[in-house]
Write a protein that binds this ligand. Structure first.
Ligand SMILES: C[S@@+](CC[C@H](N)C(=O)[O-])C[C@H]1O[C@@H](n2cnc3c(N)ncnc32)[C@H](O)[C@@H]1O
Length: 304
């Protein structure tokens, strides 16, 4: 079986655990739309006051970017809403994570819970659309986001599933976790670095959170003309997949810049892949073409 085929077959394993399927099915909600409506009602009935926000001075915080996410936070679990691209890409992102992390940590990629025994942090977790499947795959997951409303929604949604409810969600930043001297086997930040104020400082914090010989995984968008045409012009202005202004082209990093930035903080990139969109099937797959969306897996080197 080729590597690509193996990855495709693994994509099929990302569905809900049996217990979560049972808990969702046994509720009175039995259609996707009714479920979403019930979840939205639950959100509107909750207040968003009170949990502490990260200090505004934290170096990675870009308040304008955070405001964009706070404005659409209610839509995290609407698979047809502004986060649809992340929902559709999720199986492909998880296939990359399963493949690279299992190889790195010597785990069986065919196991239902390959990440059992590993401690992950999902930095910039939003509403938890990546944190939840990682928890179902056995990882002990901490999900952090700088937007309090995102964390509240992530918590509410995770509580619908006994497995996902183990996720430790916190409204904080990577910098704050470094101050608390927290360490993780894998530090994962997907589609976040293009929204932070200082990417180099952000990478420094991700490295500090990763145990020696642990893994750091980052996905983002290449600062290429092709990315401008597809990820901004097509996705935001023609197809309306994302709200206009979601991305600033100048905030994108090239793969070379990301590799160098990570090298400076003792993370060596070992594997990289691009994401390709097939307009006929509406699906994403992994590709060698890193010209637009890409994901990088790195190993934390011992600091001498
Ligand atoms: C495009 S979303 C990606 C969400 C999630 N990682 C995923 O891919 O499904 C970016 C998220 O990063 C969060 N974010 C931006 N800057 C952050 C920072 N400095 N620290 C923590 N979270 C941040 C935003 O609030 C938002 O939820």
């Amino acid at each position: 079986m080729s590597r690509r085929m193996l990855l495709r077959s693994l994509c099929g394993l990302q569905n809900l655990s049996r217990s979560s399927r049972l808990s969702l099915h046994s509720s009175s909600v039995n259609s996707k739309h009714a479920f979403l409506a019930a979840f939205q009602t639950l959100l509107h009935n909750r207040s968003y006051a009170s949990t502490p926000q990260p200090a505004a001075s934290a170096s990675s915080l870009n308040q304008a970017e955070l405001a964009k996410f706070a404005a659409i936070a209610d839509s995290w679990w609407d698979a047809e809403g502004p986060f649809k691209p992340l929902h559709v890409m999720n199986p492909t992102r998880l296939a990359f994570l399963r493949s690279t992390l299992c190889r790195h940590f010597g785990k069986d990629p065919f196991s239902a819970r390959p990440f059992e025994g590993l401690k992950f942090v999902d930095v910039g977790c939003g509403g938890g659309i990546l944190s939840e499947p990682l928890a179902r795959m056995g990882a002990s997951v901490t999900g952090i986001d700088a937007v309090d409303k995102n964390i509240k929604i992530a918590r509410l949604h995770a509580d619908l599933d006994p497995v996902a409810s183990s996720i430790d969600y916190r409204c904080t930043t990577a910098e704050n976790l470094v101050e608390e001297q927290m360490k993780f086997d894998a530090v994962i930040a997907l589609e976040v670095i293009e929204h932070v104020a200082d990417p180099a400082e952000f990478c420094k914090s991700l490295s500090a959170l990763t145990v020696t010989n642990g893994a750091t995984v980052i996905s983002t968008i290449n600062r290429s003309m092709r990315a401008y045409a597809t990820a901004i012009v097509a996705a935001e202005y023609i197809l309306h997949w994302l709200p206009k202004g979601t991305h600033e082209w100048s905030s994108f990093l090239t793969p070379e810049e990301l590799v160098l930035t990570l090298q400076r903080v003792s993370i060596s990139i070992e594997e990289m892949a691009g994401f390709a969109y097939d307009p006929l099937t509406g699906q994403w797959s992994l590709t060698d073409d890193i010209g637009v969306n890409f994901i990088a897996f790195g190993k934390k080197q011992p600091v001498i």
